[in-house]
Design a protein around this ligand. Sequence first.
Ligand SMILES: Cc1cc2nc3c(=O)[nH]c(=O)nc-3n(C[C@H](O)[C@H](O)[C@H](O)COP(=O)(O)O)c2cc1C
Length: 358
Amino acid sequence: MSSCYGKLLRLSIFGQSHSAAIGMSLDGLPTGEAVDIESLQAFLDRRAPGRNAWSTARKESDIPEFLSGLVNNVTCGAPLSAILRNSDTRSQDYASLRTLPRPSHADYTANVKYGGYQDVAGGGHFSGRLTAPLCVAGGVCLQILARKGITIGAKIVRIGSVTAPGFDPVGVTAADLAEASAHTFPPEAEEAMQAEIAAAKAEADSIGGVIECAVTGLPAGLGEPMFDGLENRIAQIIFGVPAVRGLEFGTGFAAAQMRGSAHNDPYTVESGAIRTTTNHHGGILGGISSGMPLIFRVAIKPTPSIGQPQQSVSLERCETDELIIKGRHDPCIVPRAVPVIEAAAALAVLDAWMEGHH
Ligand SMILES: Cc1cc2nc3c(=O)[nH]c(=O)nc-3n(C[C@H](O)[C@H](O)[C@H](O)COP(=O)(O)O)c2cc1C
């Protein structure tokens, strides 16, 4: 399995949903960086399960135990490592999934690849739970980036058919990002979005959505052309987040319907700095940061595990069979994925920043 990411910052994520613990090792962090454990915990709590109607009923404290890499909560140069113990596991709920794969989950493909030896309990290494150590690593990076004047924030812009406006692509500020991160749902659409999730849940169904992420304070000139661009590096980690179906930068797919005269971003000078008056390019040109806010959107699919009976195939008998999923599941992954997207962006951006400054 390849659960590693990064060039100068090297992240490794380990564990399964119901193993003794899950965790991460992050090598290459700059030294002398303080980690504020309290604000890291507040960040992790935004992802933790079992707190509300749109999340799985599984309860985990999600408190990381740092094993190495910190002296008095300051990075010391040794790899930073942390584990989160799994406590609320009900593995018996998952026994049938070894022979009856869940549609849209990784049960079938993992079975083919690992010859039936994969851990199926709770989704094993494919579980959304593995995003907790990703948030530990990314949460530390967010704090380091903030001290460099680089701020990352994300917000929900769609749940099912309910939409909310994204960030101002030109004028978004660090304060806007902090404000967005302070709310699970955009306040103006909260009621309608929660109703959309409740309606899916009432029918033993699930629903997806879109998250927009923005980065401010990023200097121009980070990233490489062709295969190691900022877009490529962000894409590699964002697609590492389970349930991500799509990713677009700036105007994304909408650019295909525009004319060049409307899509091109005119250059201007503001207080001696070169900027663009619009930001259709989303802060990246030729794989290299432009100095404008970096903006991307992530499509999250509806949760694969739903309560309705579904058609699957018995891998033992090689014939269709009805699947009724037991276990506890998020009716909508999107709210819990927002800090995960921020964490993933922070790892990609700090890695690229370090490359530009060493
Ligand atoms: C925070 C988070 C929570 C998730 N919770 C669930 C869940 O409760 N049930 C489920 O079937 N999938 C859940 N997923 C999604 C699956 O892990 C994912 O769809 C599966 O591993 C297949 O991978 P893919 O969708 O990337 O192809 C969750 C994902 C995330 C990011």
